[in-house]
Design a protein around this ligand. Structure first.
Ligand SMILES: CC(C)(COP(=O)(O)OP(=O)(O)OC[C@H]1O[C@@H](n2cnc3c(N)ncnc32)[C@H](O)[C@@H]1OP(=O)(O)O)[C@@H](O)C(=O)NCCC(=O)NCCSC(=O)c1cc(O)c2ccccc2c1O
Length: 280
């Protein structure tokens, strides 16, 4: 991948991922190319840690999620899903011997964080790796992108965002086709079904992601924040409403009206309610 016109600074050292920041953008790279960037529990814990850092950092507005590559065999992967070599009796097993499906926590964080997350997909986005790009706000694919769900042919399924949210994006018939037939789809097919936002030559993938990020960063952070939670509220039931309503409270706290009522309570006086209009 070509380097975009940006000077990335490393944030923290991890075993399975790379984490960089520059110019209001964070970049999280799954760094297991020898495994087509499949994730083990530790990979997911590290991604969660980096995403949580990006969420807390007020200078960051956009996060790019991508996979390291190409591997020494020349092939690219965004992520091939859960690492099957550590799949145990009840999930993916880390050094502590505990089986986990902790990618589900990561999916929720990516969706709920009030920053824009853009997946940059080069090569395979397969299984749980496909769901990872799906839960990102936007996906830019390289022309070599390969999109696939494989659960029913290797003993798994994602009945959460991986299926129902997929159906919201590509429609019920197509989502069922994707899961029941476990085929591979090209980047062009993914674009055609609305699964990705754009397709670019692989050499331009990161530069395109940075370009989109910079464009987003010229816009109103609060407007984008409210839009993201509004899009989620349509899909995510009570937790989606919680996010949207949380933003209403955040905005209310910022008003003179909320400040007057808060001050009155602190100062043990009656609030001057008459100062504030009952808008039509
Ligand atoms: C992705 C591929 C189609 C690529 O094929 P290709 O021929 O290019 O490469 P190889 O097959 O030779 O792979 C190269 C190298 O990488 C290793 N590898 C690839 N994928 C994985 C993987 N997922 N886990 C572990 N290792 C992997 C492969 O073994 C090779 O290493 P060698 O040392 O042997 O050379 C193809 O690789 C492929 O189909 N991969 C498997 C895809 C897969 O089964 N993914 C898991 C799906 S299930 C899942 O991800 C999942 C995870 C969750 O956490 C869930 C949580 C909750 C609900 C559901 C979940 C879920 O379904």
């Amino acid at each position: 991948m070509s380097t975009a016109d940006i000077t990335w600074k490393p944030v923290k050292n991890y075993a399975d991922i790379l984490y960089h920041k520059a110019d209001g953008i964070a970049k999280i790279t799954i760094n297991r190319p020898e495994k087509r960037n499949a994730f083990r529990p530790q990979t997911v814990f590290e991604m969660y840690d980096a995403f949580a850092d990006a969420r807390e950092d007020q200078s960051i507005g956009v996060v790019l999620l991508t996979g390291a590559g190409p591997h020494t065999d020349g092939k690219y992967a965004f992520c091939a899903g859960g690492d099957q070599s550590v799949r145990g009796h009840a999930g993916y097993v880390g050094d502590d011997g505990v089986p986990r499906l902790n990618v589900l926590d990561l999916q929720k964080l990516i969706r709920s964080m009030p920053k824009v997350v853009i997946a940059l997909v080069a090569g395979y986005a397969v299984g749980g790796g496909h769901v990872l790009h799906l839960v990102c706000d936007l996906t830019i694919s390289a022309d070599n992108g390969v999109f696939s769900q494989v659960g029913p042919k290797m003993g798994s399924f994602d009945g959460g965002f991986g299926s129902s949210y997929l159906a919201r994006i590509v429609g019920q018939k197509k989502a069922r086709e994707i899961w029941y037939l476990c085929r591979q789809y090209t980047a062009a097919q993914a674009l055609d079904m609305g699964l990705v936002n754009a397709v670019v030559p692989v050499a331009q993938l990161e530069a395109e992601g940075v370009k989109w990020a910079r464009e987003i960063l010229t816009h109103s952070p609060l407007a984008i924040r409210c839009l993201k939670s509004a899009f989620n509220a349509d899909v995510d039931g009570q937790s989606g409403i919680q996010e949207l309503a949380g933003n209403a409270t955040l905005l209310y706290y910022m008003t003179d009206e909320a400040k007057e009522f808060h001050s009155a309570q602190r100062e043990k006086r009656k609030p001057d309610a008459r100062k504030f209009p009952w808008l039509p």
